[in-house]
Design a binder for this molecule. Sequence first.
Ligand SMILES: [Zn+2]
Ligand SMILES: [Zn+2]
Length: 279
Amino acid sequence: MQQRRIGAHLSVGKGLVSAAKSMVAMGGNALQIFSGSPRGWARKPLDQEKADALISYCKDHDFGPVILHALYLVNLTGDRDDLIQNSIKSLIYDLHYSAQIHGSGVVVHLGSHLGKGFDAVFDDLVGRLKTILDATPKTSTFLIENSAGQEGKLCSKLEDIRRIFDALPTYVKDGRLGWCFDTCHGFAAGYDLLTIDAEMQRYQLLNALKVIHLNDSRDPFASGRDRHENIGEGMIGRGILQKFLQKPLLSRLPLILEVPGFDGNGPDAKNVEIVKSLL
Ligand SMILES: [Zn+2]
Ligand SMILES: [Zn+2]
C-alpha cells in the first residue's frame, strides 16, 4: 500500500522545487502552495521550465500530491462586481496553474453571502462555478473547502456542498469538481469528528472528497470561529484527531497541515511527527 500522504501549506518564495524539498526535510511527502503572493491579485504566467522541474522532482522522489490554495481574497458571492470578476479571473488562473504543474486541485473558500443567506446567492454561485470550469483544463480540479461559518462564509454545512454538487453533476462525475474537509472548520462549525465519516456518507460526499486539511482549533466546538492550532495543542486534541485519522473511509486521503507551528513560523517537523504518531 502506498505510504500515507502528509504535507503542509508552504511558501513558494524560494521556488516550487525548494518548497517540495522543505516539505521532505520536515518529514512530509505532499505539499500545498499559493500560485503567488496571497496578498494581491497580480499574477504572471508560470514558466514551463519551473513547472517541469517540479513535475520531475515529484516523479523522482515519489512526492505528491501538490495542491494549490486559492487566494483568501476570493469571494464568488459578494456584492462588488469588480471583486467577483477578479475572483473568477484568479480561479481560472489557478486552475490552469494546477494543470501545468500536474497538481491535484485548487482548494477554494467560495466566499461569503454577506448576510443574504445561501439561497439568495445560490444560482449566481453555480453559474460562476460553471464559467470557471468551462474555461479551464479538463485535468484541473476545483475543490470547495468547508468553512467554520463565520461572517456568512459559505459551505459550513455538508448539505450546502451536496447542493452545489447536485447542481453541477457532470463536473463532479468527471472529477472536475470535488471538495476538501478542514478539521478545524468542521469542528468549529459543530461537526463531531468521531462521526463525520458517517455524515459524509449520508450526503454521498466521500467519492468527491480529495484532501483533508488537518488542523487543531484554538476555539471550542461549534464556536463558528476559524483559528488553527498545532496538532494536539488545541480544543480538538490528540485523542479525537487520532480517532479521526484512523477512520478506514478516510485513510486514502492526503493530509495537509495549515498550522501556526511551534515557533510561530508555520508548519514544522514537529507537527508532521505528531501526525505520524497518531496514524
Ligand atoms: Zn483549510
Ligand atoms: Zn481556516
